[in-house]
Ligand binder design. Structure first.
Ligand code: FAD
Ligand code: NA7
Length: 456
């Protein structure tokens, strides 16, 4: 009997798992019985944009945290699939920092081509998972979110690929109940147009705070204040953007900061990150971690230590994204079919500890990028995923971080060379700060008509 594989979530990680099996099938391997559950009506995960916030049209929690005008925040050359290049998909060089719709087109193009859509049950949420130690099978309870019909499925192997940037981390701040303006988490941010002329307070000092802050600046916010808990980001911000230490108190519109300064604001956006949340899993199978490069308890960042039939994809904080999910999916596939032998629990534990020790000693973004590069390399070396020049991708991450330090509003106008095809990207027809129409059509066909007046 072929193995029965359940995949929960058809975002980029779940899609990678489907593609991994399809790649093996093309080389003559037997295809397992695969069922992929996706609670939304399409695949793409975060990249499947929806205007919904809070609860979606089916009464489920809205998954995507992306906003309408989001552009890639890292060079596309760092996330390129080794088995499906940008050149192959678009047929010509494109820019290095495409908007969301362009990346959605790229990731869905690859799986459409592989004919794996048939394995996905859309509009189907997984509600609960059980594992029977004696029979070594998972029982998965799913429910069609449109009809309410529920089903029970049995699997030998289970892949959890539901992402971990969807359930907001929402801290409390003294007096915040007295704030009269809008308060939202980054998860619910869909566009900054309504913040034109407004004074914005963002709490947090990572990707979301930086990116939503600069999006608000682009859309004409009067000022952006970024409040940090640990350390400022320290970019060379536009003159209307400042960084302040953490808010200590809200009194009406006024926020007090821990350095004794204060400011008046129209809106607050909590850019305070996300929680690992798997409400469909018993606690014995659930990751408990903050957003880190190597959550514990996962051998090679993929295989659950106490149950090697259970796999997580994409559970890491991410420099690498799509190609790392591929590396993980290829690795998980080969473990499932017995091509990669799993070492003893003791050896797995020692391997996890080695990575955790290295993670604990990391200092700064360059070392983090080195760390994740080595991690991806180890996975790729263990499988037949096409090799590519990871050192040059790592160098690209470092260039990207340097470009951000030099020009936070201009780094997306930089061009980079593909580590896979050697193709140099094209400069985009419109600078990011001036591009107001970031549809796929406008991106591919011609320059934007609108010119932004808030450029530095
Ligand atoms: P997700 O994309 O989150 O997909 C998970 C899927 O699981 C979803 O489709 C969801 O509907 C489904 N699901 C969840 N629960 C269930 C359930 N119970 N039953 C069935 N299905 C379920 N990466 C980049 O490379 N470049 C970027 O510019 C970039 N920008 C980002 C901006 C934001 C605001 C965020 C939040 C993330 C960004 N990322 C970016 C990282 C992004 O998370 C990854 O690119 C990628 O989407 C992760 O893929 P995933 O499949 O692991 O998770
Ligand atoms: P991150 O990268 O996990 O960052 C979360 C930020 O939130 C980080 O700066 C934290 O501060 C801050 N944080 C968390 N809790 C608090 C409290 N209680 N008070 C103040 N600040 C807090 O999440 P992002 O949303 O920025 O990025 C996630 C993904 O979305 C990423 O992949 C991007 O591509 C898009 P800390 O530095 O820990 O002190």
């Amino acid at each position: 009997m072929s193995i029965r594989v359940g995949i929960i979530g058809a975002g980029p990680s779940g899609m990678a798992q489907l593609r991994a099996f399809e790649a093996a099938r093309k080389q003559g391997a037997a295809m397992p019985e695969i069922t992929c559950f996706e609670k939304q009506s399409d695949w793409g995960g975060q990249w499947n944009y929806s205007w919904h916030t809070g609860i979606d049209g089916a009464g489920e929690s809205a998954h995507s945290s992306m906003y309408r005008h989001l552009w890639s925040n890292g060079p596309k050359e760092c996330l390129e699939f080794a088995d499906y290049t940008f050149d192959e998909h678009f047929g010509r060089p494109i820019s290095s920092f495409p908007p969301r719709a362009v990346l959605f087109d790229y990731i869905s193009g690859r799986v459409e081509k592989s004919d794996v859509r048939k394995y996905v049950r859309f509009n189907t949420a997984v509600r609960w998972v059980n594992y029977d130690e004696a029979t070594e099978v998972f029982t998965v309870e799913s429910q069609n979110v449109k009809t309410g019909a529920s089903e029970t499925h049995v699997f030998d192997k289970l892949v959890v690929s539901t992402g971990h940037f969807s359930v907001p981390n929402i801290p409390e701040f003294e007096g915040i109940n007295t704030f009269p303006g809008e308060i939202m988490h980054a998860h619910d941010f869909r566009g900054a147009e309504r913040f034109a002329g407004k004074d914005l307070l963002m709490i947090g000092s990572s990707y979301s705070a930086e990116d939503i802050g600069m999006q608000a600046h682009k859309m004409g916010a009067a000022s952006v204040t970024l409040s940090y808990r640990s350390s400022p980001m320290g970019y060379d911000w536009p003159s209307s953007t400042v960084e302040r230490p953490l808010v200590t108190l809200f009194e009406g519109r006024t926020a007090q900061f821990s350095d004794g300064t204060s400011g008046e604001f129209d809106a607050v956006i909590l850019c305070t990150g996300y929680l690992h949340k798997y409400p469909f899993l018993p606690s014995t199978m659930t990751i408990s971690s903050s957003n880190v490069l190597y959550p514990g308890n996962l051998y090679k960042g993929v295989v659950w230590q106490q149950n090697t039939n259970l796999f997580y994809l994409g559970a890491q904080d991410q420099y690498y994204t799509f190609n790392m999910f591929d590396a993980q999916a290829w690795f998980a596939r080969d473990v499932m079919v017995g091509k990669i032998e799993i070492p003893t629990a003791e050896d797995r534990s020692a391997d996890i500890s080695r990575w955790l020790e290295r993670q604990n000693a990391l200092k700064g973004h360059d070392e983090e990028s080195d760390f994740q590069t080595d991690y991806v390399r180890e996975l790729i070396n263990a499988t037949d995923y096409p090799e590519f020049d990871l050192d040059s991708v790592n160098a690209l991450f470092k260039d990207w971080m340097r470009h951000k330090s030099e020009d936070i509003l201009g780094y997306r106008d930089q061009t980079h060379r593909s580590a896979i095809t050697g193709t140099m990207s094209e400069p985009h027809h419109t600078r990011w700060i001036n591009a107001m129409d970031d549809s796929l059509e406008r991106y591919l066909n011609g320059p934007s008509e609108n010119v932004n007046t808030n450029a530095m």
